[in-house]
Design a protein around this ligand. Structure first.
Ligand SMILES: [Fe+2]
Ligand SMILES: [Fe+2]
Length: 376
C-alpha cells in the first residue's frame, strides 16, 4: 500500500532511538554491551569466550553486512534520503522519481534498509570485540570508483552496482509449491526477468548520461528493485542456515534476531518489484540495450508461479516429501552456506573490479564459517 512520502518521513524519527555510527560503534558498543548483558543475559553466557566456529560465523556475517552496507549506501546517496543518520550524497532527482514510480515511499525504505545494514555490521563487529574475538574489516578494499552522477558522494566503494547479472529465480522459487532446492538441488526455477540474468546491467545511473532517455533510467530503477530483493533473499537464507551450527545460545539469538529483519527487507522489495513487473509500468524495454521487464500478470507468464500479488511464501516440501507441505524460508541447508553466498555475490558481478586479495579474504572467511560445528 502506498502512503504519502511526507507521512513516511515523519515516521522515520523512530530510528532516533537506535542512532549509532560505524566509527564509534565498535568501541562504544563494546563497553555498553558488557554493562547491558550483566543485567539482561543469562549469567553463564556473560564471560564465556566464543567457540572458534561461532566467532567465524559471526565474522563472516559481519563481512556480509559490511558489503550490504556499502551497496545500500550507494542506493541511499542517489535514490534514498541522505541525512545525518545515513550520511553521504545528496540524491538524484530523476533516478529518485523513477524509483517512486514503483512506490511513493521508496526513498525512505532505501534509507531504513541502509540504516539496518549499518547497524547489523556495527553490532556484530562490536559483539566480536566484546568477546575478545577478531572483527571483520574490509576497509582496505574500499577502492572501486562508483557513480559520478549528480548526487553521488564520489567516495570509493567496496561493491560495484554497475555491471550486475541478477538471478531473479527467487521469484518462482518462493511461489512454487512443487520444489524446495534443499530437497531437490537439481530443481530449476524460471526467472522473473530473464534478461537480467543474461548480461550486465547497471542498477544506478553511472553518469548523468544515464538519466535519459526516460525508459532507460526507468529500466535502471527497475533493475535496482530486482537487485535489492535478490540481495535480501540471500540474507534471508544465510542466517537460518548458519544458526543451525551455533554453539552459544547468545550467538543463536543474534542470528535468529537479525535474520528475520533480512526477510522483512526481502518481503518489502519483492512487493515493490511487482510494481515494475505489472501494469502500468510493464512491459518496458530499455531502448539502449533491449533489456525487457515483462508484465508478469499477462500471458505467457500469468499463473501462480508469476503473479505479482502472490508475495507470501507458498507452502512447499520441507525436510521430507512424506511430511505435509509447509510455508518456509528456502533454501536453509547449512552445509557450505557461506561459500555459497560468496559465489552468489561474485556471480552477480557485485565484486567486479575487486582485487585477488579481496576474493582470497572472502574465501578464507567463508571457509572458516563453513567449518564451524555445533558443540554439545
Ligand atoms: Fe543485514
Ligand atoms: Fe539486508
Amino acid at each position: 500500500m502506498q502512503r504519502p512520502l511526507s507521512g513516511c518521513l515523519r515516521s522515520r524519527t523512530r530510528r532516533a532511538f537506535f542512532k549509532k555510527g560505524i566509527a564509534a560503534g565498535v568501541a562504544a558498543a563494546g563497553v555498553s554491551l558488557f554493562t547491558e548483558r550483566d543485567a539482561t543475559s543469562a549469567p553463564h553466557e556473560n564471560n564465556k569466550k566464543l567457540t572458534r566456529g561461532d566467532a567465524a560465523m559471526l565474522r563472516f556475517a559481519a563481512a556480509a553486512e559490511i558489503i550490504e552496507s556499502d551497496l545500500w549506501n550507494q542506493y541511499n546517496e542517489l535514490g534514498g534520503v541522505p541525512d545525518p543518520e545515513v550520511p553521504g550524497g545528496s540524491g538524484n532527482a530523476i533516478y529518485t522519481s523513477k524509483l517512486t514510480n514503483l512506490d511513493d515511499d521508496f526513498p525512505i525504505y532505501i534509507h531504513d534498509n541502509t540504516d539496518d545494514e549499518i547497524s547489523h555490521a556495527s553490532f556484530i563487529n562490536a559483539y566480536l570485540v566484546a568477546k575478545g574475538a577478531e572483527p571483520a574489516n574490509l576497509e582496505a578494499f574500499r577502492t572501486l570508483p562508483g557513480s559520478t552522477a549528480t548526487g553521488s558522494s564520489g567516495q570509493p566503494r567496496l561493491t560495484n552496482l554497475t555491471e550486475l547479472t541478477v538471478d531473479t529465480s527467487w521469484w518462482t522459487r518462493y511461489r512454487s509449491s512443487a520444489s524446495n532446492p534443499d530437497l531437490n538441488p537439481a530443481a530449476t526455477f524460471p526467472q522473473a526477468v530473464p534478461g537480467l540474468n543474461d548480461g550486465k546491467f547497471t542498477a544506478i545511473p553511472r553518469t548523468n548520461s544515464d538519466l535519459s532517455p526516460d525508459r532507460h533510467i526507468q529500466a535502471i530503477a527497475n533493475t535496482a528493485v530486482l537487485h535489492m530483493a535478490t540481495i535480501e533473499q540471500g540474507g534471508t537464507s544465510l542466517y537460518p542456515a548458519m544458526a543451525q551450527r551455533a554453539t552459544s545460545t547468545e550467538v543463536l539469538r543474534i542470528m535468529i534476531s537479525i535474520g528475520p529483519t533480512e526477510t522483512m527487507h526481502f518481503q518489502t522489495w519483492s512487493d515493490k518489484a511487482g510494481a515494475a513487473l505489472s501494469r502500468p509500468l510493464a512491459p518496458l524495454t530499455d531502448p539502449t540495450n533491449g533489456l525487457t521487464f515483462p508484465d508478469l500478470n499477462s500471458a505467457p507468464f500469468d499463473g501462480e508461479d508469476f503473479s505479482t500479488n502472490l508475495i507470501m511464501p507458498e507452502p512447499c516440501p520441507f525436510l521430507s516429501p512424506d511430511l505435509p507441505k509447509c510455508s518456509i524460508i528456502r533454501p536453509t541447508e547449512t552445509q557450505g552456506i557461506a561459500m555459497g553466498v560468496v559465489n552468489f555475490l561474485a556471480a552477480m558481478g557485485l565484486f567486479s573490479g575487486q582485487s585477488d586479495s579481496f576474493f582470497e579474504l572472502m574465501t578464507q572467511l567463508a571457509a572458516e564459517a563453513d567449518a564451524a560445528t555445533r558443540k554439545g
